[in-house]
Design a protein around this ligand. Structure first.
Ligand SMILES: Cc1ncc(COP(=O)(O)O)c(C=O)c1O
Ligand SMILES: [Zn+2]
Length: 447
């Protein structure tokens, strides 16, 4: 008689494996991967991808089932037991049609386009697009009995990891740059996780975190190619197929390190057998002029006609001064990988003016009744710039990633006050007409 326990063990082992992107060496499980210090045992690269034995034809059935979180894609995530799932209902975020942006494109540029917004601000965990990675990380750590972890972050990743890891009973030390938002620190503290506020910029916080990890033998997030982050975010591709039945022609995101585009590419490659028709959206990645090393590098390469090795040439900005500390990666070590992908997608990097940030925020709140966080306002500003620069074509469908909401940055919301009048009696008060504000809000943005 067959031994059912043995059979189950074999099946589990076959669910997935990691494969080094550099040399192809495989690592059978996450347990091994963590023991190897998240490195390829052959070449030492930290960039491995996960491949599954699961049948992707199942996806169509999953699409028709209930959608409470990205864990509906369990068969395509590197966890063995459902009982280890740590979730706050993240990753089944709505994709909405934002018709005010479609109308603007039609009226101003005579373009017929579709504009979708991916509402990651509605994620159940901490209301950002970092929640899916935190959920997957917490679940893997629970399964692997990891008890200590550390991470350097500008804010949103750390907030998400702090919450999910504490739910999983994992201690998470967070290294944040000096200028990070006080609200992010407060959230992390409130979950009981330790914040080390590092005197210096994000690059300094990363370096202190790395030293700490070595000194105390604690696992540390391996950055933008971390398979945990990529696997969680690749479910974006599944979600778009589930919700709108296609991938967009253009994908717009505020960029700091750039895990999002890498994950979308991975998701598409994973589906290549069952959906050979899918192609990469053109990536339009947006940075604000307060911290724009990727845009600077891209513009230089473009002007020179992308000479040999162009992707390795990028500036390092020390202590970038920006209103959006969440995006303040002055040393974009992942640029060579991201930039090549952007090039392959026929996309580009664009720079927005920080002075316009509040105007963009006010407009979205007025037209759509969604108050974006500053990083989301950077993203939507990128949409307007892409239109102006002719990067969006007639017939395109565009996806803007609303990666965070206003709870992340109360100070940003406070700057949106514009209708308040100080009064001392009813004589000073007149009824108002909401549509009177529209023209000014659009003018502020376009001027
Ligand atoms: C809302 C939001 N948008 C965009 C980004 C940039 O993401 P990435 O670091 O993957 O480029 C972040 C990063 O913290 C973010 O929180
Ligand atoms: Zn290798």
């Amino acid at each position: 008689m067959k031994n059912p326990i043995r059979k189950r063990t074999i099946m589990r082992r076959k669910k997935y494996h990691l494969k080094c992107v550099n040399c192809g060496t495989t690592t059978p499980t996450f347990g091994k991967w963590l023991k190897q210090n998240q490195k390829c045992p052959n070449c030492g690269s930290t960039y491995s991808e996960i491949w599954y034995g699961s049948d992707y034809r199942k996806l169509e059935k999953i699409f028709k089932g209930p959608a409470t979180s990205f864990w509906m894609y369990f068969d395509f995530l590197p966890l063995y037991m459902r009982r280890n799932i740590v979730s706050f209902y993240e990753g089944a975020s709505p994709v909405e049609k934002w018709s005010f942006l479609e109308e603007y494109a039609k009226n101003k540029y005579n373009l017929d386009i579709e504009v979708f917004a991916y509402r990651n601000d509605l994620n159940g965990g901490t209301g950002t697009f970092k929640d899916v990675a935190a959920s997957l990380a917490a679940s893997i750590f629970k399964e692997r009995r990891v008890k200590q972890y550390c991470i350097a972050s500008t804010g949103n990743t750390a907030t998400a990891y702090a919450k999910y890891l504490s739910k999983a009973g994992v201690n998470c030390s967070v290294f944040m740059p000096e200028d990070s938002l006080i609200t992010s620190q407060a959230f992390i503290n409130s979950y009981g996780q330790r914040v080390f506020k590092v005197m210096g910029d994000y690059a300094k916080a990363k370096s202190v975190a790395n030293e700490y990890a070595k000194e105390h033998n604690v696992l540390i997030s391996s950055g933008n190619t971390d398979p945990i982050r990529i696997e969680a975010k690749k479910t974006m591709v599944f979600e778009w197929l589930r919700q709108i039945g296609k991938l967009p022609d253009v994908y717009i995101q505020a960029v700091s390190g750039g895990t999002g585009p890498l994950a979308i590419d991975k998701g598409i490659r994973e589906l290549s057998e069952v959906r050979p028709d899918l192609h990469l959206p053109r990536f339009i990645l947006v940075q604000s002029d307060g911290c724009d090393p990727m845009v600077q590098a891209w513009e230089k390469a473009e002007a020179a006609g992308f000479p040999e090795g162009w992707e390795k040439d990028y500036p390092i900005l020390d202590n970038p001064q920006t209103m959006v500390p969440t995006l303040a990666t002055g040393n974009p070590a992942s640029y060579p990988i991201i930039a090549k992908l952007v090039k392959r997608s026929n996309g580009s990097f664009v720079r927005m003016n920080e002075k316009k940030l509040v105007s963009v925020g006010k407009l979205i709140a007025y037209e759509q009744k969604v108050i974006p966080g500053p990083a989301s306002a950077v993203c939507v500003a990128g949409f307007f710039l892409a239109l102006k620069q002719g990067k969006i074509k007639n017939g395109d469908s565009v996806m803007v990633n609303i990666g965070e909401g206003a709870t992340r940055a109360p100070r940003f919301v406070e700057q949106m006050i514009y209708t308040t009048q100080e009064v001392s009696s009813a004589k000073d008060c007149e009824p108002h007409n909401i549509s009177d504000f529209r023209e000014q809000l659009w003018n502020d943005l376009i001027s």
